[in-house]
Design a binder for this molecule. Structure first.
Ligand code: APR
Ligand code: ZN
Length: 253
């Protein structure tokens, strides 16, 4: 069902939230656009400007590793100054009210943690870009250190002392999904009674399988997104409005 206007959509959503005991928010890049972080597939989104660098290309080519880091450094200012938006704060309110056991996110920007959701209750399917790790020994590196080395080595990415490649702690296309996060997301999707997809085009698998999994296990499915998604027909409520406008009424109460 797609309510005719924002007011009706908010009151429909409020009723579903009130009747739910275990809400699972599932977030995508759209929840962070008002925080200054571009999404991927909207006009002007990251994939409208650059083709994603597949994991195999990252591993096979130093030039690709350098390009991958160049792109990450270009976003550093946006990531560094981003604050949680109205959507993040509304979900944090529901989390502190005991309605949300955890948030499953495709986002890598750490904003759910900054909004006050305990790190162990932010299930990051695509990792986190606020730090880097060695792909061989898993040693952790600060992005600022990598940047210093990169600039000192005329724009070449450093390798780990062990010889392994250093990458932001994110999951690239073609890279293995984090098993623990996937397992936890599955448990949460199967046990929630309201699945709240916020700000995702729901086109990237396996992440896009979770709304389906929740629906099949009896949950009410709500999609809050500016654009239509392939799951709209399946959803009990589709709210095609700005995320911040829709969720602001749920902040702090
Ligand atoms: N209000 C409502 N919807 C919004 C807003 C907003 N303020 N801003 C953006 N959106 C919507 C866009 O219309 C779009 O449909 O959010 C959606 C974001 O979709 P994508 O850009 O495809 O991002 P996402 O779904 O998170 O991508 C999934 O793809 O490339 C991979 O790893 C990357 O995690 C990412 C995954
Ligand atoms: Zn190493």
């Amino acid at each position: 069902m797609t309510p005719p206007d924002l007011t009706t959509a908010i009151s429909d959503l409020r009723r579903l939230i009130k009747n739910a005991d275990r809400i699972l928010p599932f977030t995508g890049a759209g929840i962070s656009t008002e925080c200054g972080i571009p999404d991927f597939r909207s006009p002007g989104g990251l994939w409208t400007k650059n083709r994603p660098i597949p994991f195999d290309d990252f591993m096979a080519s130093r030039a690709m590793r350098d390009e991958s880091w160049r792109r990450r450094f270009a976003l550093e200012e946006s990531f560094a100054k981003a604050e949680p938006g109205r959507g993040h704060r509304a979900l944090a309110t529901l989390y502190h009210a005991g309605k949300v056991p955890a948030v499953v996110t495709q986002n890598i920007d750490n904003l759910h943690q900054i909004s006050g959701i305990a790190p162990q209750d932010v299930v990051e399917l695509h990792g986190n870009t606020t730090y880097a790790t060695c792909l061989d020994c898993a040693r952790r590196y600060d992005v600022s250190w990598v940047k210093e080395q990169f600039d000192a080595a005329s724009q070449h990415a450093p390798d780990c002392a062990c010889g392994g490649y250093i990458k932001t702690a994110t999951v690239s296309f073609g890279q293995a999904m984090p098993a623990t996060a996937m397992q936890r997301a599955e448990e949460l999707a199967k046990s929630c009674d309201l699945f709240l997809a916020v700000g995702s085009s729901l086109v990237v698998w396996p992440a896009a399988g979770f709304p389906l999994m929740a629906k099949r296990n009896g949950a009410v499915l709500v999609i809050v997104n500016r654009e239509p998604t392939e799951f709209d027909e399946l959803a009990d409520l589709v709210v095609r409005h700005d995320i911040g406008d829709v969720l602001a009424p749920f902040i702090g109460n």
